[in-house]
Write a protein of this length. Sequence first.
Length: 479
Amino acid sequence: MIIRTKAARPFALIITLSLVALFGACAQNISGPSQGGGGSTPAPAATPANATAQGPSIEASPVERADNGYQFFSSDNATLTVRAPGAREVRILYQPVGSDEQFIELATLTQPSDASAGEFRAQFKPPQDFNGEVWARATYPDGGDKESEHITLASKDEAANVAAQQNGQSNGQPGAQTQQQVKGVTADSDDSARSDRVTGGHIEHAAFKPGDGNISISVNVPAFMLTLWQDGKEVATYHVGVGQKKYPIKIGERKATEVVLNPTWIPPDSKWVKDNMVGEHITADDPRNPLGKVKIPLGDAYLIHQAESPSDIGHLVSHGCVRLLQDDLFDLATKIALARGVPNAAQDIEQAKQSTDRKILRLGDPVPVDINYDTTVVEGGVLHIYPDVYDREANTVERLRSALQAAGVDASKLGDDVLKQMFDRASRSEQFVVSVADIKSGHALDRGQTQPLTPTQQNQKGKGQKAGGERQRKKAARG
């Protein structure tokens, strides 16, 4: 098996060690039919004129089908069958949930199991955490490639977890609440959960309470801020890095159902399984592992995971994931697990800090995660204008007037030129901040100020000013 990326980019492939080991144990089966015995090898069937146009199809067996579109393997031994008449090669590809835009090549098949029907088969034992999309890519003698439709497959052990994530149903752990019961998450994903329009003008702060499962998470992308809420009160905030402009995180409601300690990363283009040997896997304590010590899957290949360095914070750095500094990520993971009453969570997390043992902490009912994109936030009577980092044309005069009108400002008295100058004061690394009272009194521009988006950027700005001052002093000394 070979690990590929969609565009041959050296980014993280997210896949568990158990998946590697179980596929490695059956590498001979999944590599295709044996050529042995010295007998003749069946030749591929003649290529129909429209074979490339039709493309391949793929199915798995034995499976059970769920209402949410998932297919669950109903046996520990499974078969993937690809029908591609005339194909000279078939590759079976798999993208796990939380794969951050990467996929795995499960098998490369060059000889059909049934030449007359153009069927290629691969057999394997699905690992416990198998969960994602599987599809086939067929190559024909004329050089053309075609892909099958994607099918969503999961192991028997993942069935309950997938159902909980898709449907919001409990899988039996205490302290959980449904999304509709959780405050601090707004149904309008373009409104920040910290906005006065959502909170009523006041964010109540509280100490975290273990065992109180009424929690939710919100992330405002332009503010690079993640907030943990409990009973509608802010219990923690963290500064984050987010997806690059070409790999943005999807705005909207997501769900977290588990915390994975010490996730394993397998580098793109390394050999996953060769000659029944497990390919290189990189553990959480290895500096080459971009996932770090913790990941929190959000579904559909999106994650919360560890930043590679402090410079990630406040920047567009990932393939659609949310990155936190390690200490912040451990703190967030601990609070989530303790709120949901996960047995031995604190002990397991402390142990994970000192080891590379992988462990999954199941959270029970999904924790609501609101990914919003709000560039004009009135919070506690103070307007924050954030940069439009994804160029969504969010910083418009109309949107700002709406936010100010909701805050009690007679926006008709503000000219477009003033509002545009307020937008111009926000930059890629700084926000523009001014109180609503100053806006009402006509002092928005002279009393408003710019502030770095994150403490990391504040420190970088301070170092830059210090270095600039030192250069000026040296220049003056030289005359």
